[in-house]
Each structure stands twice: as structure tokens, then as C-alpha cells.
Ligand binder design. Structure first.
Ligand code: HMG
Ligand code: MG
Length: 295
């Protein structure tokens, strides 16, 4: 069966903007986040406290957090890879972070400068210290379905990395299809291989147009948190073949048709994506945004 309610975990300001060619001014980022909250988002991943040379697009994370008018009832998690990132986030009063691991050796090296095993040496103290500070920790695992260098990722390998991340004390594990190669049968198989689907979220990039189909498979397998980016922007600078995330508007359109509540205002999401597309100088890749914004 399908859930009655779904939590949308919005990643546009982070996953979306980390991959844009244009440098987006910090005040535009803050305005984007305000508009997302106006549209009803309750979880907005705001930015990343990563090395500024690795992701120059988000080098203004400290300034953005200082500017952000945090609303009661809205959560603003940030990505944190290591203790240096955690220190920066704590300095800014962040109360929720997300670590991001790789399911494959090659992507761990490319994205984190670590190995499949040694990435845990980096994450363990981050999670332990975050929890001591009362900071909630989410974990991502990337390349859950396939990797541009290693091909399809074996399900047991993803489960091993994922269960280990949950075991550190992360409240949720988001399964990332970083390059969008997953298909619904594979999604069902992967989710079923985990002990507790209620602790999982899914994070689909729409490179092969499978994101909505994969989402439906995940909902049927018991997942109720779906990552999406308003306008469908996104990608990972360390995985060239990655394109945008599942668009929040596409997700909301499908869920609305299924009678599933999200609390999001579709009209406000679409106008935010049209506003952002103009600033970024390229149209939103979302089909729903395109359909609903036609004169
Ligand atoms: P490294 O070079 O191994 O870092 O990078 P290090 O630990 O050796 O430190 C080197 C220097 O960097 C030190 O300075 C540190 O202080 C500094 P020095 O002592 O030489 O003067 N440094 C930092 N400065 C500021 N903030 C920091 C920081 N860390 C170290 N946080 C590192 C390792 C993890 C830092 C690097 O690889 C990195 O930043 N990677 C991030 C890559 C990234 O953000 N990728 C995109 C996000 S993941 C994604 O998009 C996938 C996802 O969406 C899910 C999916 O789609 O699958 C989540
Ligand atoms: Mg991503």
C-alpha cells in the first residue's frame, strides 16, 4: 500500500546550487530558502560546510547561515563531511547535519579523498560529537545503484555501508542514486534488503527519467521521506554524468494525484522555480514547471 503522508526533504539550495556554473549571490540563496519556506517546506537542506575549494559554489556557507532567518518549525540541515566542517556548522548554531558516504571505492576517492573503509574514520568522530551537542545527523550513501567507474553497485555492498552509517546513530539513511541509473525493480530490491524501511529516505537524480517511477516503487516499499529539489536543479560536481534531482513539483504533482498529503503549495513552488531559472539563465528541467508556467 501507499502512505497517507509523505515528508519532502528539499535539497535545492544545496544539491541544486552546488552544481551551477553561475555563482549565485548569497542574498539570492537566502531569498530562495525564504521562498521555499513560504511554499510550505519544513526541511530545507541549506548548504554544505565542505572544503571551499572542492565546492566553490557553496563557499559562502558561513555567511549564508548568518543571514538566514530561521523559522520555527522549519529545519535547515547542512552537509558536513568532517570535523572541520562540524566546527564551522556548530559556530553557526546549526542543529541538524548530514554526512555523505559512498557505496563505492572510486567515488569515495573522488568525492571525499578517502577509501570505502577510511571514510568511516572521518565520519565517526563527526557523528559522535554532533550527537553530544544535540545535533541530529542524517546520512547519505551515494552511488547506490551504479557508479560511472565501477558499473552496477552490488546490493549487499550498499546495505553494508548503509547499516554501518545507521549504526553510528544517524536518524535516517538517504539512498542516493547520484547518476540516476536506478530502475523501480532495483529500488524495491534494495529497500527490501534493509532491516527497517522506515529509517530510509530516497534521493533520486533524474538523469534517465526514472526518478518518479523509482519514487513510486520506494513508497510502495514503505519509504515515506523523499528528497527532491525545487525546479529539478542539481547534480554532483564529482560525478560528471549526474544531472538534476527529482523536481519537487513533479513529485508533488504525482502525490497530489495519489491523494497523498505533502503540505506544499504547488503554485508557489512553480513561481519560485521560474524566478530561479531566470536568475540562473536556464529553464527549469521540470516537466511540471514547464507545463504550469506556460502563458
Ligand atoms: P581533503 O583534501 O582530504 O581534506 O578533503 P583534509 O582533511 O586533508 O584537509 C586539508 C585542508 O582543508 C586543511 O587545511 C583543512 O583544514 C581544510 P590546512 O590545514 O591544510 O590549512 N579543510 C576544510 N576547510 C573548510 N571546511 C572543511 C574542511 N575540511 C578540510 N569542511 C574533504 C576532504 C572531505 C574536505 C573534501 O573532499 C571535500 O570537501 N569534499 C566534499 C565534496 C562535495 O561536497 N561533494 C558534493 C556533495 S555529495 C553529493 O552531492 C551526493 C548527494 O547529493 C547524494 C547523492 O546524490 O548520491 C549527497
Ligand atoms: Mg545528490
Amino acid at each position: 500500500g501507499l502512505p497517507r503522508q509523505v515528508t519532502v526533504y528539499e535539497v535545492g539550495p544545496r544539491d541544486g546550487l552546488q552544481n551551477e556554473q553561475a555563482v549565485v549571490p548569497v542574498e539570492v540563496k537566502a531569498a530562495f530558502i525564504e521562498r521555499l519556506a513560504d511554499a510550505g517546506h519544513k526541511i530545507i537542506e541549506a548548504t554544505s560546510f565542505v572544503h571551499p575549494k572542492w565546492v566553490p559554489q557553496l563557499a559562502d556557507a558561513d555567511e549564508l547561515l548568518a543571514r538566514l532567518r530561521r523559522r520555527p518549525g522549519v529545519r535547515y540541515p547542512v552537509l558536513v563531511p568532517n570535523e572541520r566542517g562540524l566546527d564551522r556548522a556548530l559556530d553557526r548554531g546549526v542543529d541538524e547535519i548530514a554526512i555523505f558516504a559512498s557505496a563505492t571505492e572510486t567515488f569515495a576517492a573522488k568525492n571525499l579523498n578517502r577509501g570505502l573503509e577510511s571514510q568511516f574514520d572521518m565520519f565517526e568522530p563527526v557523528v559522535a560529537r554532533a550527537l553530544e551537542h544535540g545535533v541530529r545527523v542524517r546520512a547519505y550513501v551515494s552511488m547506490c545503484f551504479g557508479d560511472p567507474w565501477e558499473g552496477p553497485t552490488p546490493v549487499p555492498q550498499v546495505v553494508q555501508v548503509g547499516e554501518r552509517l545507521l549504526g553510528l546513530g544517524c536518524y535516517q539513511l538517504s539512498l542516493g542514486d547520484t547518476i540516476g541509473v536506478g530502475t523501480p525493480g532495483h529500488v524495491t530490491e534494495l529497500i527490501k534488503a534493509f532491516r527497517s524501511p522506515e529509517r530510509l529516505a530516497v534521493h533520486f537524480h533524474d538523469t534517465y527519467g526514472q526518478a518518479l517511477g523509482n519514487t513510486l516503487a520506494a513508497l510502495q516499499a514503505g519509504v515515506t521521506t523523499i528528497d527532491a529539489s525545487t525546479g529539478g536543479i542539481g547534480g554532483c560536481p564529482y560525478a560528471e554524468s549526474a544531472t538534476g534531482n527529482l523536481a519537487t513539483e513533479d513529485l508533488v504533482w504525482m502525490l497530489r494525484g495519489l491523494g497523498i498529503e505533502t503540505g506544499l503549495d504547488l503554485g508557489k513552488l512553480v513561481s519560485t522555480s521560474v524566478w530561479l531559472a531566470e536568475l540562473l539563465g536556464r529553464p527549469s528541467p521540470s516537466r511540471v514547471v514547464q507545463a504550469l508556467s506556460k502563458g
